[in-house]
Every structure is written in structure tokens, then in C-alpha cells.
Ligand binder design. Structure first.
Ligand code: HEC
Length: 124
């Protein structure tokens, strides 16, 4: 009886870990601030780009999202560190003002989209 209980717990655990792996299907390689939360990370990136009025290439080498060759990317890590999970809007606004100075061509075109994007991100 006890053995079969352990056996079913084991099977259950296997099932749960398989389900978790299926969701974390994005193979990100160079996250230093953000957690790999799969599709939400990409949705967040899209909303932030739209809000700043820039393309992904403002921070990324085309097709090599893990590369750190574009200096704006590392500057944006400081932004994410400051704003992800932060509730104080004044602090978030100050970080956004700093961010747009560091990202070529960026402006706060649609602040709502930026903060919606940030809300999809999680820190490690
Ligand atoms: C304003 C700068 C900025 C823009 C614009 C931006 N990103 Fe990012 N992105 C980052 C930063 C910073 C990281 C690294 C975060 C970390 O280290 O935790 C990142 C990481 C990523 C990663 C993870 C790469 C890996 O393997 O580690 C992907 C995928 C990604 N971005 C996709 C996109 C897409 C798609 C767009 C356009 C829709 C985009 N990003 C626009 C700043 C930006």
C-alpha cells in the first residue's frame, strides 16, 4: 500500500515536470536579469519595443537575441533591474527617462505599452 502510494506520487511528479518543460519551450541563453518565462518574455519585449517606437534591433543583433553586442541591451538590463516588480511609479518613470537616453531612436511613445510589457517580465 505504502509502496503504491510512493509509486503514484512518483508518476504524478513525472507528469508535472513534463508539463513544466513543455511550457518553458523557449531556449534562452543569456538572461542575466530576467527569468525565462517563455512566451511572456517575448510578448513583453514586443510591447516594450512598440511603446518605445523602436525595432528589436535597437537592442539586439538581428537574429541573435542572446548576443550582447549592442550596448543598449546591457543598459536596458539596468532598466529591467529597476522596474520589474517595482510598484513606485515615480521610480519607474525615472528609470524610463534614463532608458530612452540610452537606446538609439527611443522615445516614450506609448508609456502604457511599455509598462504592460514590463508587467509580463519576471526577475530571476
Ligand atoms: C530596449 C531594449 C530592448 C528591445 C527594444 C528588445 N529587447 Fe529583447 N532583450 C533586452 C534585454 C536587456 C535582454 C536581456 C535580459 C536579461 O539579461 O535578463 C533581452 C533578451 C531577449 C531575449 C532572450 C535572448 C537569450 O537567448 O538570452 C529574446 C528572445 C528577446 N530579447 C527578444 C526580443 C524581441 C523579439 C524584440 C523585438 C520585438 C526585443 N527583444 C526587443 C532588451 C531589449
Amino acid at each position: 500500500m505504502r509502496l503504491s502510494l510512493y509509486a503514484s506520487a512518483f508518476v504524478l511528479a513525472l507528469g508535472v515536470s513534463a508539463a513544466t518543460t513543455a511550457h518553458a519551450d523557449e531556449n534562452f541563453k543569456n538572461l542575466k536579469v530576467l527569468k525565462n518565462n517563455g512566451k511572456d518574455l517575448e510578448k513583453g519585449m514586443k510591447a516594450i519595443s512598440k511603446g518605445l517606437g523602436v525595432k528589436c534591433t535597437a537592442c539586439h543583433v538581428k537574429g541573435e537575441f542572446d548576443s550582447d553586442k549592442v550596448p543598449a541591451k546591457d543598459k536596458t538590463r539596468a532598466f529591467f533591474t529597476a522596474v520589474v516588480g517595482e510598484k513606485d511609479q515615480a521610480k519607474k518613470d525615472a528609470a524610463a527617462a534614463e532608458l530612452i537616453k540610452n537606446v538609439e531612436g527611443a522615445a516614450l511613445k506609448d508609456a502604457k505599452a511599455v509598462w504592460e510589457g514590463v508587467a509580463l517580465l519576471q526577475k530571476q
